[in-house]
Structure formats: structure tokens, C-alpha cells
Design a protein around this ligand. Structure first.
Ligand code: UGA
Length: 443
């Protein structure tokens, strides 16, 4: 099939490359000419395992094209994906201007029936807004052309997006017409050969499914973080409790790892957006508000532990703190809403100086914070420790899991670790003379 995808951001690019790889002819279109030029030369603007090879292969095979030519992109295919960003506006609500600009482009360039597929994460009801926009644009041209609007939310995890796309747990299609369902069925046929993973539903249910999935996952995380805080105050070990509850298949082991709270471009934004939707429809949603509140508080927990340990915030002045991990989770360079940022900014505020190391997010850190005297980016994880008064771990990168503790002790001014991800066994560290403060476990 021929497909057009508007937006070459994270979602659009992964979607385009994967759909090309299973045999479709995909044209990706973006307003950013510089980005399109770089993509055409095989340069991938994001860090995502497997994506570069996929883009390269399909680009050279001619199955994947990148362009800024909107008219050509619209005429290329009967199916037009909208995968542009929906950044928060000044009130924190999803800004639909890019989504609507794409609808405008499709409406003013289409000469045949189109199935318009909304893939961006958008508030419930947005597909209706897109429909209204298309109707308005076609009306202006006295056009009687028909179209369908489909909601097809994505469920990609950063760092595993290619795999998630190629091996989906489910594909959600919210469509109002038989024709749209048939088109989507054909499009996703390569993913459904072993068993059909597609769930067809009405448009609003598809839109709400996206928010419900992310809000439930976020709820699991806030829940276990709340239990971690109980455990700390009650002399229990949250890791034991985690295993104890996870053994019940109704609860399960996934997504109940305590830590510094969830970050990234999805959970914080989506939970807040659902909260905003509640307000808009006049519904009181205390659970959603609490998930967000617990998460915000959890992001400060490592700083609180550090300040308490040193005897108060004012005692942090002049301290040298090493930070391992800047990305919001492993296998990505993304620092959006990363708990590390809350810690870093609070430590600066308190007058500490920081030496940080992250396997891939260093450039991103430099972009966000620029060059500052109190923020050194170290060449490797051990170099970050030289003369440090403490180490704070913010991301559970694989390479932090089994370090050489002897070398660490030699480099650091004192044997002190604050672990926001619970990656070490407290017993072992204690035996080796470390002070080890983690989440939801007795120090
Ligand atoms: C999330 C969802 O997992 C995807 O299914 C969804 O498609 C995506 O959002 C989206 O809406 O686009 P992502 O933000 O990439 O994906 O990251 P996750 O792997 O889900 O991690 C989110 C955060 O939760 C991270 O900060 C992670 O450290 C934290 N987390 C996760 C925990 O603190 N504990 C856990 O047990 C699991």
C-alpha cells in the first residue's frame, strides 16, 4: 500500500520506517527542511535502537521517502497519517495547531477520498475536531469529496520502539466506517499473520484507550512509590514487598519498580492531560490527580535524602556530588521530565557542584544546561567520581549495575551512595564499608 505520514518526530519516523519495512511505500513529510535533508542522507535525529538500519535499508530500497512537498505527499496515498507533535500550550493543554495545520494541508490538496489516521496522542474528541477542520477546508473549496478520520494511537516505548511497532501487543483502530476498518485491516495485515492483534472500536474509545493505558501504568508506578515511602517509615523493604505482591498474577511483576518517579515525554503529559479533561467535563478525578502528585513528590526524594544525610540543605554548599544517569530511563538520550533534572536543579540551588556521567545523554544535558562551572560532564563513570562526597544514581543503565566498588572507593572522598533505582544489594555494600541509601529500604 501507499502511505503518507505527516511528522518525522519520534512517532512518525518509527511508524514510517516500520511500515516501509513490511512492504508499504511510505512518504514521510515534514515542514522542517533541514531535518528532511538530514534524513535523506541517512542521519537519524533521535537515539533509538534499530531505527537507523531500518531507515537506511528502506531509504535505499525506495520504500521510504522524506520530503517537504505537501502536495506530492497528499497525492501519494489514500491513507494519510497525522503524527505531528502536540506540545503543551501555555495552559498546559495539548496544542493542536500542528495537527490542525496537517488537516488543513490534506483538505486543501486532496483530490480523491482519504483515510486520515490520527496517530499523535491527542485529547479525546480531537478526531472530531480534525473531521470538522477537513469539512471546513473542503467546504471552502466547494468540494464534495468524502473522507474518514481514524484514531490509531501508538504504544511505543522509547528505547524499544522499533520492536514494539513490529511486534505489537495490540493495534487499536477507532473507526466509524466499514471502509476505514477495511483499509486499516489491509495496512496492518503484515503484523496480524500469526494472530489478529487488531481491536476495532469507535473513535472516542480508541482515543481514551491511549490515556487509560498510560494512566494505569503511571498509577502502578506511583502506587509502588507510595508503598516505598511506607516501607521506609515502617522499617520494611519495598523490594521484598514488590516481589510479594508481583507473584499474584492479577498484580504481576511489571511496572511496580520503585524509584524516583516516572519521567519522559508521555506519562507526565498524558496523566496531566487526562486530569485536564476531567476538569473540562466537570468530573472530579481524584485518582488521576493523586498519581501526578505522588510522582512529583517522588522526584524530590533523592534530594531530600541527600540533604537529610548531610544535616540540612545549607550543608550541601560546596559539596561535590557525582551523578550517574541523566536520561529519564536507560537506552535513550531523552531527558524530558527526567527525575535527574529535579535532583540536579535542587543541588545547584543548594550550592553543590556536580560531575555527571550518562552513557548517551551527555550531549542532551549540554544542550539543556549549557556550559556551567558547577556541572562537569565526565568522560566515563569512574572519572565522575573523583573526589566526590557522594554518588547519586538516577538511571539504571546496565553499565552501572556491577561496577568495580574498589575503584569507586579509591576515587571518592567518601563511600556514600544514594541510589534512586535500587540497583545494588544493601547487604553487600554495607559489608564493603559503604553508606548506601536507596528507595523504600532501611539505610
Ligand atoms: C510509555 C509507555 O510505556 C508506552 O507504552 C507508551 O506508548 C509511551 O509511554 C507513549 O505514550 O508514547 P516511555 O515513556 O517510553 O513509554 O517509557 P517507559 O518505559 O514506560 O518508562 C516511563 C517511566 O516510568 C520511566 O521514567 C521509568 O523509569 C519509570 N518506571 C517504569 C518506573 O519508575 N518503574 C517501573 O516499574 C517502570
Amino acid at each position: 500500500m501507499k502511505l503518507t505520514i505527516f511528522g518525522t518526530g519520534y512517532v512518525g519516523l518509527v511508524t514510517g520506517a516500520c511500515l516501509a519495512d513490511v512492504g508499504h511505500h511510505v512518504v514521510c513529510v515534514d515542514v522542517d527542511a533541514d531535518k528532511i535533508a538530514r534524513l535523506n542522507s541517512g542521519e537519524i535525529p533521535i537515539h533509538e535502537p534499530g531505527l537507523e538500519a531500518l531507515v537506511e535499508r528502506n531509504l535505499s530500497a525506495g520504500a521510504l521517502e522524506f520530503t517537504t512537498e505537501v502536495a506530492r505527499a497528499v497525492s501519494h496515498a489514500d491513507v494519510q497519517f497525522i503524527a505531528v507533535g502536540t506540545p503543551p500550550d501555555e495552559n498546559g493543554a495539548a496544542d493542536l495547531q500542528y495537527v490542525l495545520a496537517v488537516a488543513e494541508s490534506i483538505g486543501s490538496n486532496m483530490t480523491t477520498h482519504k483515510v486520515v489516521v490520527v496517530k499523535s496522542t491527542v485529547p479525546v474528541g480531537t478526531s472530531d475536531v480534525v473531521r470538522a477542520k477537513l469539512t471546513e477546508v473542503l467546504g471552502r473549496q466547494n468540494s464534495a469529496l468524502a473522507f474518514d478520520v481514524v484514531s490509531n494511537p501508538e504504544f511505543l516505548k522509547e528505547g524499544a520502539a522499533v520492536n514494539d511497532f513490529l511486534k505489537p501487543d495490540r493495534i487499536i483502530v477507532g473507526a466509524a466506517s466499514e471502509h476505514a476498518r477495511e483499509v486499516m485491516k489491509e495496512l496492518y495485515e503484515p503484523f496480524n499473520r500469526n494472530h489478529d492483534r487488531t481491536l476495532y472500536m469507535d473513535v472516542r474509545s480508541a482515543e481514551l484507550t491511549k490515556y487509560a493505558a498510560n494512566a494505569l501504568l503511571a498509577t502502578k508506578i506511583s502506587f509502588i512509590n507510595e508503598i516505598a515511602n511506607f516501607a521506609e517509615r515502617l522499617g520494611a523493604d519495598v523490594e521484598e514487598v514488590r516481589r510479594g505482591i508481583g507473584a499474584d498474577p492479577r498484580i504481576g511483576y511489571h511496572f511496580i519498580y520503585p524509584g524516583l518517579g516516572y519521567g519522559g515525554s508521555c506519562f507526565p503529559k498524558d496523566v496531566q492531560a487526562l486530569g485536564r479533561t476531567a476538569t473540562e467535563i466537570g468530573y472530579d478525578a481524584p485518582l488521576i490527580a493523586a498519581v501526578d502528585a505522588v510522582n512529583n513528590r517522588q522526584k524530590t526524594t533523592l534530594f531530600d535524602k541527600i540533604a537529610t544525610h548531610f544535616g540540612g540543605v545549607e550543608k550541601l554548599k560546596g559539596k561535590r556530588i557525582a551523578i550517574w544517569g541523566l536520561a529519564f530511563k536507560p537506552n535513550t538520550d531523552d531527558m524530558r521530565e527526567a527525575p535527574s533534572r529535579v535532583l540536579i536543579e535542587a543541588l545547584w540551588e543548594a550550592g553543590a557542584s556536580l560531575v555527571a556521567y550518562d552513557p548517551v545523554a551527555m550531549e542532551e544535558a549540554r544542550r539543556i544546561y549549557g556550559t556551567r562551572e558547577d556541572f562537569v560532564l565526565a568522560a566515563d563513570k569512574y572519572a565522575a567520581l573523583n573526589d566526590a562526597d557522594a554518588l547519586a544514581i538516577c538511571t539504571e543503565w546496565q553499565q552501572f549495575r556491577a561496577p568495580d566498588f574498589v575503584e569507586m572507593a579509591e576515587r571518592m572522598a567518601s563511600r556514600l551512595i544514594f541510589d534512586g533505582r535500587n540497583i545494588y544489594a544493601p547487604e553487600r555494600l554495607k559489608k564493603e564499608g559503604w553508606s548506601y541509601i536507596s528507595i523504600g529500604r532501611a539505610p
